[in-house]
Design a protein around this ligand. Structure first.
Ligand code: GLC
Length: 663
């Protein structure tokens, strides 16, 4: 049962599509406070949710903020990342319910941080919609929530292949070289990503013809090899006379305005930029149709970046800083003035004051940006997706974004942003997946090997061994870091085998993904969702159920030769090395130490279930879906409903696409 409570005059974020009539009664379970609500947490309550965030699958014991930020430091004390996902599930002995707070401004979730037995929600805006979802289990809460927020984004089938990215492959020849290395080493690959340097001076919807003189041919040549090129699109539009996107935006009043009614000037990659007013219906439609420039060149996928939106500086702030610096020049910088001086420069980016200094034209109404901040990335991605509906109605386009809000899950996936080549971030990747799935973001994954900092061979292999279960599987690294392509280290064989296993798993992964999307369910679940009555399972933070049949327990510590795994029931261990099964063993319920070599992947199969595997393939379109090996843990027989379709058609239904496999 979903109840909706409306306070004040909230803006319709369009996160919820099917809204129940609002209820007048008081919000249940919570006590109203001056700026929000509190809830008394029981000793055993587990709090799931909040999508993209640091810390645990169980969010209890920390304080989080919903505020989309360009935050490259994903640390334990980081309070917000790129997405704002105000959805929680409280699962305890007394009750189980979900909560969605629909407000595009900042929200603070103190989940047993100030007081261990209290959850406090504090809002900046006093107009909001609140949804309370009562159900018998977390799974049901998610199902109910997702059935009102709309179907999750469905990417093309090839987007379940492996993708290689780097900031940047600077020239067409560098791209060709990456493809050559993958193909010659027989490491499967379906995508190479283009980062900002494919553009002419970082201008959206342009191509740098010096570095990519034959861009169209390159796209075609790569496609011949079964590799799609996926360019990045940034939120800021470069201010430059003669640049069509800039000029059209200025002429038609499509950019966000500053307090004086001028186009707001902000610094991002190209230097001075304007932000397209993504909340303005007309501007959004205009921006979305700009993707045609690349679609016409044969491009079939994009990633939207810097759309929190990231602000390096605002023109006005920069001016003030320079003026102030002049004064410091002649001063004797002491204990006070030195730190003032330092702060002045270090707070130049993403400054909250700047977010209060520009405006949107939302349905003819002038709205200050900070009031709707968390919608920007969502509406940018929506702009592209709605344009694709018109421009390419007959095929799916790959689309994922960095910033997001609930509702955006209908238009694209997200990646987990600028993580680092740290072991702790490998584990964070695992924890974020189910939290995002709850919120509707099914197509997601982290930068495998880590974006910032230097990767090592063992980190990459362990991360790949987790990454093969992520719907979005992409290796990406920052400029200046050590190369971490799958062929970059000595042990290419293990990387080939682990990625090879991904391709053997694609029939299962795609099938589980599509069923989750079409049935409003999750693709990856915490153990507590499946074994809610098992007090050990409920607190497992480093294992996941992937789809209905398998549990994973990756190794996430350097130099560990294995790890302890908890089995909530008897399961069958399947050990893979060289993409083949080297060990099958039934293990009883309980804790087990499992050794896992760097070249290995261990999967735990549930009783009564089947894991279908295809033979090896090096690109998604070569996977043989007909002759599947059926691995099972079933003495009395079992069935598996395999979903399959052409991977392209946008009209997707379960009907007509399910094949029953039986043992
Ligand atoms: C941002 C993105 C990252 C990208 C970089 C350059 O940091 O998060 O993925 O490589 O910008 O475009």
């Amino acid at each position: 049962m979903i109840r909706r409570f409306v306070t004040g005059t909230p803006l319709d974020t369009e996160a919820v599509l099917h809204k129940p009539e609002p209820t007048d009664s008081a919000v249940p379970y919570f006590e109203k406070t001056e700026r929000g609500f509190t809830y008394r947490l029981d000793k055993d309550d587990v709090v799931y949710g909040l999508g993209e965030n640091v810390r645990g699958i169980n969010k209890r014991g920390w304080v989080y903020e919903s505020c989309c930020v360009d935050e490259p430091n994903h640390q334990e004390d980081t309070k917000s990342l790129y997405g704002a996902h105000n959805f929680l599930i409280v699962s305890g002995r007394e009750r189980c319910f979900g909560l969605f707070l629909d407000t595009p401004g900042k929200v603070k979730f103190d989940i047993g941080y100030t007081h261990y037995d209290r959850m406090e929600i504090i809002m900046e805006d006093d107009s909001f919609e609140l949804y309370v979802i009562d159900a018998d289990s977390p799974d049901e809460v998610v199902h109910e929530f997702r059935s009102v927020t709309g179907r999750s984004y469905i990417p093309p089938k090839w987007a379940f292949g492996f993708g290689q990215c780097r900031w940047s492959y600077y020239t067409a020849d560098e791209v060709r070289e990456v493809a050559r290395q993958y193909r010659e080493n027989h490491i499967p690959l379906d995508m190479v990503y283009l980062d900002i340097d494919y553009m002419e001076r970082y201008k959206d919807f342009t191509v740098d013809r010096k570095a990519f003189p034959d861009f169209e041919e390159l796209v075609a040549e790569m496609k011949e090899q079964g590799i799609r090129l996926i360019p990045i699109i940034d939120a800021g539009v470069k201010v430059e006379e003669g640049y069509d996107v800039y000029e059209e935006g200025v002429e038609n009043q499509y950019f966000c305005k500053d307090g004086d009614g001028e186009d707001f000037v902000v610094g991002v990659w190209p230097g001075k930029c304007h932000f397209p007013d993504m909340l303005n219906d007309e501007a959004r439609r205009w921006f979305g149709h700009k993707y045609k420039f690349l679609l016409d060149k044969g491009i079939e996928g994009f990633w939207n970046d810097m759309n929190e939106p990231a602000v390096f500086y605002s023109e006005k702030r920069l001016k003030r800083i320079f003026e102030q610096l002049e004064k410091y020049k002649t001063m004797n910088l002491d204990v006070n003035t030195f730190f003032e001086f330092r702060n002045l420069v270090s707070t130049v980016s993403g400054n909250p004051e700047d977010y209060r200094s520009f405006f949107h034209n939302y349905k003819g109404q002038k709205i200050r940006h900070d009031k709707v901040h968390n919608l920007f990335g969502y509406y940018m991605t929506r702009s592209a997706s709605e344009a694709f509906d018109e421009l390419v109605p007959d095929k799916r386009i790959l689309m994922f974004s960095r910033a997001s809000y609930i509702g955006m899950h209908r238009y694209g996936g997200i990646w987990m942003g600028d993580n680092k080549s740290w072991w702790s971030h490998l584990l964070m990747n695992l924890k974020m997946l189910p939290s995002l799935n709850m919120c509707g973001f099914l197509y997601t994954g982290a930068d495998i090997g880590g974006f910032g900092a230097d990767a090592t061979q063992d980190l990459l292999l362990r991360w790949l061994a987790l990454g093969i279960f992520m719907p979005l599987m992409r290796d990406h690294s920052a400029a200046g870091t050590r190369r971490q392509e799958a062929y970059a280290f000595d042990d290419t064989q293990s990387a080939r085998d682990i990625i090879g296993l991904r391709y053997r798993l694609i029939p299962y992964i795609y099938s589980e993904y599509m069923k989750a999307a079409l049935k409003d369910e999750m693709y990856a679940r915490p153990l507590g969702f499946v074994w809610g009555d098992d007090p050990i399972a409920v607190h497992v933070e480093d294992q996941l159920m992937i789809g209905e049949s398998i549990m994973i327990a990756p190794v996430y510590e350097q130099n560990a030769a294995g790890r302890v795994v908890y089995l909530p029931e008897e399961m069958k261990l399947l050990r893979f090395a060289g993409t083949e099964i080297t060990e099958e063993r039934v293990l009883e319920k309980g804790h087990h130490y499992i050794s896992v070599g760097l070249n290995e992947v261990v999967i735990f199969l549930r009783r009564g279930h089947i894991l279908p595997l295809s033979s090896r393939a090096e690109r998604v379109d070569q996977i043989d879906w007909e002759n599947l090996e059926l691995h099972h843990f079933a003495d009395d027989g079992a069935v598996y409903e395999l979903y399959d379709d052409d991977g392209v058609d946008r009209e997707v239904t379960l009907e007509g696409h399910i094949r029953t496999l039986a043992v």
